[in-house]
Design a protein around this ligand. Structure first.
Ligand code: DLZ
Length: 189
């Protein structure tokens, strides 16, 4: 909770600036809302490069996912300069964004962050399916961990609860999952 409070003070616009986007996020460890299977970062965390692909659709929410992910990565020892951020227009574009980021940046793992909010038509279902399947395909093709940090919510309140509210932060969860996968498999790559 402390992390969320601190991070909420930071203007999201600062995150968009390549040079100061990470520096203001405070260090404050809280593992209560990550998976109980998370056993800490890989030993060589300082050598790990993490790519983050963020959807701009519902940006006020995906910004909070980004903040949650970055704060967690910092706590776990990933250097700021090893966190690479790219933006895509919507969650549908996350898989291709991840694939292109892999091609150009060669990160050790990628976090895909997005927020889909159900509307009145079935559009939501098509995008959610395509996004989830696409991210799975990128992880199988690249053979690096590609975490699904995408909120699929019925309304904005549900989304906010999962972006630093009472149901945790999907961005932080995605970061923890990627580090857990790296801890288990990195040496075997
Ligand atoms: C079109 C669309 C709609 C209606 N809703 C969302 C949403 O809730 N969350 C999201 O990430 N993206 C949405 N998009 C945009 C699509 O992801 C995609 O960018 C467009 O369909 C163009 O390919």
């Amino acid at each position: 909770k402390a992390i969320t409070k601190d991070i909420n003070l930071i203007k999201y616009t600062k995150l968009k600036n390549k040079h100061n986007r990470i520096s203001n996020i405070q260090k404050n460890k809280d593992l209560s809302d990550v998976s109980p299977f998370y056993k800490g970062p890989p030993e060589d965390a300082s050598k790990i490069k993490i790519g983050i692909v963020v959807s701009r659709w519902n940006e006020s929410i995906t910004g909070k996912l980004l903040e949650g992910a970055i704060a967690f990565l910092r706590e776990e020892g990933i250097p700021d300069e090893s966190i690479i951020i790219n933006y895509v227009p919507g969650s549908f574009e996350l898989p291709q964004g991840a694939l292109l980021q892999y091609k150009h940046e060669k990160p050790s793992a990628i976090l895909c962050l997005g927020c889909l909010i159900k509307g009145e038509t079935p559009h939501f279902d098509f995008i959610a399916q395509a996004c989830a399947n696409g991210i799975t395909r990128v992880s199988l093709k690249t053979k690096i961990p590609v975490a699904f940090g995408v909120i699929t919510a019925n309304d904005e309140n549900q989304a906010l609860e999962r972006a630093g509210g009472k149901s945790g932060n999907k961005g932080k969860e995605a970061a923890a999952t990627a580090l857990a996968m790296l801890k288990e498999f990195r040496k075997k790559y």
